[in-house]
Design a protein around this ligand. Structure first.
Ligand code: 3H9
Length: 708
């Protein structure tokens, strides 16, 4: 018997304990351990019942995802199917009780469903989250789940992948009993209780499989929802097909259909990209020179300077994590406006069913208004969220330096300004760090954490840990204009504008990128964020522009004519009172007029060119950031783009996408653009080198990590 799976016997009941920390992933070795245990149980006539349980913090969080990567990359050539083993468990002549705590996800739930009874702690969760990895359940989950939970619930769980709380799982029939306290004792008691009852095999329970008419409506609605809410993803549709097979085919044939769909999904680029994103999200938490033993500072109270859109949103983020907030403004009217906005946002969350009224009231009580910096004397951390002006930020940090206690973390929510210059306004630059939240701060998952030249490792570790507590994905980046996300976004939006100037319509540019999978087109994004923001920055930095280099001309003109985007009802598009956009012929006329004045030739531009120019400019700038060390690894850039900029997760992020296309091909296309369009398209040196050597960004990053 392996260390990963232990078989013991308690009063005739065989107890199979899975012990593969941290999450008891069902690796090949664990499956082998379970198969060995089952073989022994099959041979042992004295066994009267069986209990399966997980050691440590969970039951089983699913198949070992790392092994999927090894399989699709050819490192291992075959994976033994779990299905026959599950049938053997289901066919055991004695009752089998699955005892669930923590999570029974993916293969974990599939194993649990092969038992005859399922008992769980109320805190447990079950789910088939495979679609989030671009695959579908592969061990008969799509066939057993509808037999336990009914067709509608099974379709929802397999196609959407959301976890289901124990209480709901009990209601829909996935679980048979919830217990408080000692789970093993309760499972043994249940096993004894059901000794005399014939064991119901899930695969033979057909009563919940429904009628064809009703099922047809369920599948049609699910497909429509999947196409809308999981746009571009193949796995949700495959999952629906597989559950449908459970309702039309006998179990074994249904399983075959599931296997075909599973294999197709597993070897798809989408699945590789989503698995990259899953591990990437965990990888970015690991900072090579900030080991996980680095001491952290406790953050149990926070001050926020500025109650505008960002400050208010950030206050909600901390309050939602249970951390009390002192929210400061310069005058009572601004403070009242900020608090009213917070109240409105919370009310909307209640209306949309995201939070309960009680939850919101409790959170709201954690936000305390103040006009006085003096009140920040006791807080553990301050986040400055004032207007993007260096002079103002330095003044704020000077004040904070005077009032805050030693050891307080002093963070700035700048989206582009120099952290070191801000830190220079204090006598403690080691405590100063950037925390770049994305708007709306209480919704967006990304948090760029910006390391200044003097920021201490302790402060970095504190903010990385805090990001998790706040429900954010924290990515550590270096200090430069725009950091990682915005430094790449600048060229991306610039290219979108050049395309419009050269003859592509506003809608054609946005549609091409939307169809590529971006949450929104670049021009519509500008309208949403406010075109005036970039316009002001460009005006401030115009003196730095090199003469003779092409600059976009239309957005500045739109701003000069008062078109700031959604907030003024007009930008690249026009907007009605509900902020619904429509193409504006007036803009098309203005563009024609301005480009003709500027002498820019017009031509037909394909969707392919639009996508290549916009996405490859992201990649090219990403390569520079990587070589400069501003981004630690290619995956850090990917995670930033997936969580902060609406890049489609099933393409894995810009750097992963480029690796998938092949850097040689990407570099050749960039050279083609360079010849035709000039200076902005000089290929990044790192990209050129990797392309020449036939390497990927991922390989470059893993070599860098190994070297540190
Ligand atoms: C599947 O089951 C297919 C089946 O149909 C069978 C087909 C035959 N594998 O997230 P955390 C690692 S597909 C390998 O930080 P938390 C994770 O990388 C699978 N590794 O903890 C991390 O490693 P490190 C379906 C895994 O408490 C460490 O464990 N299941 C796996 O915040 C801790 O993870 C899923 O999709 C895995 N399955 O969250 C569930 N899971 O420390 C995926 C985790 O080196 N997992 N790791 O960075 C999760 O959703 C979360 O990990 C969970 C715990 C909620 C369980």
């Amino acid at each position: 018997m392996s260390d990963l799976v232990q078989l013991t016997k308690i009063d005739g009941i065989a107890v199979v304990t899975i012990n593969n920390p941290p999450v008891n992933a069902l690796s090949a070795a664990v499956s082998k351990g379970i198969a060995d245990a089952v073989a022994q149980i099959e041979k042992d006539d004295t066994v009267i019942a069986v209990v399966f349980i997980g050691a440590g913090r969970t039951f089983i969080a699913g198949a070992d995802i790392k092994e999927f990567g090894e399989l699709t990359s050819g490192k291992i050539i075959c994976r033994e199917s779990l299905k026959p083993l599950l049938v053997r468990i289901e066919d055991l002549r004695v009752p089998v009780v699955m005892a669930i705590h923590g999570t029974a996800f993916g293969g974990g739930l599939e194993l649990a469903m092969a038992g005859h009874y399922r008992i769980a702690l109320p805190s447990a969760q079950v789910g088939q989250p495979e679609v989030k990895l671009g695959i579908i359940p592969g061990a008969a989950g799509t066939q057993r789940l509808p037999r336990l939970a009914g067709v509608a619930k099974a379709v929802e769980m397999c196609a959407e992948g959301a976890p289901v709380k124990a209480e709901d799982a009990l209601k829909c029939g996935i679980l048979d009993r919830l217990v408080e306290g000692d789970l093993l004792a309760a499972a043994l008691a249940l096993a004894r209780e059901v000794l005399a009852k014939p064991a119901a095999k899930t695969r033979e329970r057909n009563e919940k499989l429904g009628a064809p008419d009703r099922n047809a409506a369920i599948f049609a609605a699910a497909r429509e929802t999947a196409r809308k809410k999981q746009r571009g993803l193949l796995a949700p549709l495959a999952a629906i097909d597989a559950v449908e097979a459970a309702t039309t085919l006998p179990f074994e044939q249904g399983c075959q259909k599931e296997e075909e769909l599973f294999t197709k999904c597993l070897f798809s680029d989408q699945s590789k990209a989503l698995i990259h994103a899953f591990f990437g999200e965990r990888e970015v938490a690991k900072i090579p020179d900030v080991p996980k033993e680095t001491p952290t500072r406790g953050v149990n109270s926070v001050g926020i300077v500025g109650a505008g859109t960002m400050g208010g949103g950030i206050a909600m983020v901390f309050a939602n994590a249970g951390i009390p907030v002192l929210l400061k403004e310069t005058d009572q009217a601004a403070l009242d406006r900020g608090l009213a906005n917070i109240q409105k946002n919370y009310a909307n969350s209640v209306k949309r069913g995201r939070f309960t009224q009680q939850y919101v009231e409790e959170r709201r009580k954690l936000i305390w208004p103040t006009l006085d910096y003096g009140e920040f004397a006791g807080v553990d951390m301050v986040v400055e969220a004032v207007f993007e002006s260096m002079a103002l930020k330095k003044e704020v940090f000077g004040q904070l330096d005077r009032v805050c206690k030693p050891g307080a973390v002093l963070a700035t929510n700048t989206s582009s300004l120099d952290i070191d210059e801000i830190a220079s306004a204090t006598g403690r630059p080691q405590s100063v760090i950037g925390t770049h939240f994305f708007s709306p701060a209480n919704v967006m998952r990304l948090l760029e954490i910006v390391r200044g030249a003097s920021t201490s490792k302790e402060v970095i570790a504190t903010c990385m840990q805090l990001s998790k507590k706040l429900g954010k994905v924290g990515v550590l980046v270096g200090n430069c204009m725009g950091f990682v996300g915005n430094r790449m976004f600048g060229p991306y939006r610039r290219e979108a504008q050049f395309l419009v100037e050269e003859g592509a319509s506003v809608e054609a540019v946005d549609t091409a990128l939307y169809d590529f999978g971006m949450a929104m087109g670049p021009l519509a994004t500008g309208d949403l964020a406010g075109l005036d923001v970039g316009w002001r920055i460009r005006k401030e930095f115009r003196h730095l522009q090199k003469p003779g280099i092409r600059q976009p001309l239309i957005e500045d003109r739109l701003c000069e004519s008062g078109r700031f985007g959604q907030k003024t009802g007009a930008g690249w598009y026009k907007y009605d009172e509900n902020r619904k956009s429509s193409p504006d012929p007036q803009v098309a006329d203005l563009i024609r007029q301005w480009t003709s004045e500027g002498g820019i030739a017009q031509r037909e531009i394909s969707a392919e060119e639009i996508v290549d120019r916009c996405i490859y400019t992201l990649v090219n700038e990403g390569a520079r950031l990587l070589e400069e060390g501003i981004a630690l690894r290619a995956v850090d850039i990917d995670i930033i783009y997936l969580n902060g900029y609406g890049f489609p997760a099933y393409r894995g992020g810009p750097m992963w996408y480029a690796d998938t296309v092949g850097l040689k091909k990407v570099c050749e296309r960039i050279r083609e653009f360079q010849q035709r369009l000039g200076i902005w398209w000089e290929p990044a040196p790192l990209l050129q080198r990797l392309a020449e050597k036939g390497k990927t960004f991922a390989e470059f990053s893993s070599r860098q990590s190994a070297a540190t």
